[in-house]
Design a protein around this ligand. Structure first.
Ligand SMILES: Nc1ncnc2c1ncn2[C@@H]1O[C@H](COP(=O)(O)OP(=O)(O)OP(=O)(O)O)[C@@H](O)[C@H]1O
Length: 207
């Protein structure tokens, strides 16, 4: 599985130019605040249409301005862990996880709720409301919901944001296990090169 990205896009006053071709389990994208990292993830997920370019993941073309391909977001099968988690506040943790699973067509599911709950160690959180979770707990639930949607690849937007060092370490270990155990290509966004150095040698940057 690989990411092949050729992206040209203007948003606000920022011109984003990003080219990458990788075949590693985890690719990191770093850059300062406002460089366009989240916008790159949004383009790959199909939430923002690039002005020009091509996006292919695992050899499957999701967008190509030259040939008019523009796969709709739900057909791209991206798992997206947002910087702010975006858990549904009116649903308990268990229902948030089930929501992710409902997004996956049955033949696209490759991990069960039971497996996700064990993988992330969140069995004790299932009856809790999102508002009562710590930052690290909420991040694990958001990762679980993304995995249950049966993704072909995972987009993670600064998953250590607003976590203390101990919780950040826990999430980094989860990311390492996703990389090593799940065979799921990951594009990991961070503003800090030091954070990603332990995850991958494949670090690309936006100016
Ligand atoms: N909907 C929008 N309309 C206009 N400008 C936008 C919009 N969304 C983002 N921008 C601008 O586009 C640029 C890139 O934003 P983006 O959120 O992709 O950057 P980022 O690298 O992810 O930043 P951060 O690290 O702070 O999250 C910024 O200058 C931002 O202000």
């Amino acid at each position: 599985m690989s990411f092949e990205l050729n992206l040209r896009h203007r948003i606000g006053g920022t011109q984003i130019t990003f080219d990458a071709q990788t075949a590693v389990p985890l690719m990191a994208l770093v850059g300062p605040s406002g460089a366009g990292k989240t916008t790159v993830l949004n383009m790959i997920a199909g939430l923002v249409r690039p002005d020009h370019g091509r996006i292919a993941v695992g050899g499957r073309v999701l967008f190509d301005s030259a040939t008019g391909v523009n796969c709709p977001p739900d057909a791209r099968r991206a798992g997206y862990v947002f910087q702010d988690n975006r858990l549904f506040p009116h649903l308990r943790v268990g229902a948030n996880l089930r929501y992710g699973e409902k997004l996956a067509p049955p033949d696209a599911r490759w991990i069960t709720q039971r497996e996700v709950i064990a993988f992330l160690g969140i069995a004790h959180l299932l009856d809790r409301w999102p508002a009562n979770l710590s930052g690290g707990e909420a991040r694990r639930v958001a990762i679980g919901r993304a995995l249950l949607a049966g993704p072909r690849f995972l987009l993670m937007d600064e998953p250590l944001t607003s976590l203390d060092p101990a919780r950040a370490e826990e999430i980094l270990r989860v990311v390492e296990r996703i990389r090593d155990e799940l065979e799921l290509p990951v594009l990991y966004v961070s503003h800090a090169s030091a954070e990603v150095a332990r995850l991958t040698a494949c670090i690309l940057s936006l100016p």
